[in-house]
Design a protein around this ligand. Structure first.
Ligand SMILES: Cc1ncc(C[n+]2csc(CCOP(=O)(O)OP(=O)(O)O)c2C)c(N)n1
Length: 398
């Protein structure tokens, strides 16, 4: 559908594009760091061409997730505070960051003075105000990402970075960040991976803000363009339900799952009335941990477990759903997960599932606030008994 509005047509400066191509052609350990701008400008094919022609690993920001197929051999996932350990290691050790349609926000850079210390930086963005705002840039290119990449791709010499890709593969094997620890209890990561399994990776996923948002980004494998809708920047709790309604109205033929937190959902829960009134067939998965979980995680890790204002006494969400004439289920055990997701999918209209997940589960990996991307907290190896449930278990690319 053609929507009127801001449609930039700015082409990058040819001299700058030439400088960028020279850096790319000379780099030994390059990475692409792709953000939402790739999605907004519809530059999927151009990004894929660049990555494949020069064999450059692709890392994404949270908002860039789904700008490049995550099962592609050159995909190394999300970077930043809850990014993949191997993606952050690549970003920390690279000699060239090709930043495309992203804005170097603090959840991506970690400690700015320690960001990509050995790298030249190329920054392509439509908004000149973003360039040099947080990070010093060697080659700025102001322009529409798609147009800039089209011009840039013509100047790229096909290359292989076999040693570099092998190094990344070793890091991925050593730090399998999307493995789900073995547990008899219901883990939120398990729920997300099962939503992936049942929807065969074809759903549009919308998130709340907090741990649920990070687990949704980490444990669903996004292969289709623009299939993760999440609130970055301000990280607005309450975004999920209305955004999921918009996604379903905009994509009536797509399955839309909202993966939300018990806190976030309550910020805009009254929209259940609109969902029912207009029969907007959003499927809702609450990862109900009884906490403002992400804040509780910080209180646990950095404030000596002083859980102030984070425990939530939630309402009975299934009864709330019932009150809005919406079918709902409560799920407490692992074996109930797949049947419940299937039941929600088979139902024609909107459906709510209240997943009672492990209350004090944390999101890992984690780069502590203010630390460099090299300082990664991970689930200890001994607690990491591998299971095969994650949609994103590493695939070998060599
Ligand atoms: C409107 C708003 N208020 C406060 C915050 C700060 N904040 C970020 S995550 C979070 C906790 C979210 O809790 P919940 O929705 O239950 O999700 P969980 O982290 O448990 O998955 C809070 C309070 C925010 N992002 N937005």
């Amino acid at each position: 559908m053609e929507i009127p509005g801001y449609k930039p047509t700015l082409e990058g400066h040819p001299a700058q594009i030439k400088k960028a191509a020279k850096l790319i052609n000379e780099a030994q350990h390059p990475v692409i760091l792709a953000g939402r701008g790739v999605i907004i400008s519809g530059a999927y094919a151009e990004l894929k061409y660049l990555a494949e022609a020069a064999q450059i690993p692709v890392l994404t920001t949270l908002l860039g997730v789904s700008c490049f197929p995550e099962s592609h051999v050159l995909s190394y996932g999300m970077v930043g505070m809850h990014g993949m350990a191997y993606a952050n290691m690549a970003l920390h050790n690279t000699d060239l960051v090709i930043a495309i349609g992203m804005r170097f926000d603090d959840r991506v850079t970690g400690k700015i003075s320690a960001f990509a210390p050995h790298a030249h930086i190329i920054h392509i963005d439509i908004d000149p105000a973003e360039i040099g705002k947080n990070i010093r840039v060697d080659v700025p290119i102001v322009g529409d990402v798609k147009l800039v990449l089209k011009a840039l791709n013509k100047l790229i010499t096909p290359t292989e970075h076999a040693d570099w890709l092998r190094q990344l593969e070793d890091w991925r094997k050593e730090h399998p960040s999307t493995e789900i620890r073995d547990s008899a209890s219901l883990l939120p990561q398990y729920v997300v991976s099962k939503i992936h399994e049942v929807t065969k990776g074809e759903a549009t996923i919308v998130t709340g803000v907090g741990q649920n948002q990070m687990w949704a980004a980490q444990h669903y494998c996004y292969d289709k363009p623009n299939t993760l809708i999440s609130s970055g920047g301000l990280g607005t709790m309450g975004f999920g339900l209305p955004a999921a309604m918009g996604a379903k109205v905009g994509r009536p033929d797509s399955t839309v799952w909202l993966i939300d937190g018990d806190g976030s959902l309550q910020m805009t829960i009254q929209e259940l009335a609109t969902i029912v009134q207009d029969n907007i067939a959003v499927k809702i998965a609450i990862l109900n941990n009884g906490y403002l979980g992400m804040v509780r995680q910080w209180q646990e890790l950095f404030y000596q477990k002083r859980y102030v204002a984070t425990p939530l006494s939630c309402p009975d969400f299934v009864k709330i759903a019932e009150g809005y004439y919406l079918p709902g289920l409560r799920v407490k055990r692992k074996e109930e997960v797949i049947p419940a997701i299937k039941q929600a999918m088979e139902h024609q209209g909107p459906f709510l599932i209240d997943f009672m997940v492990e209350p004090e589960e944390n999101v890992y990996p984690m780069v502590p606030p203010g630390a460099s991307l090299a300082e990664i907290m991970e689930v200890p190896k001994k607690a990491r008994k591998a299971i095969s449930d994650s949609a994103k278990l590493p695939v070998s690319n060599i």
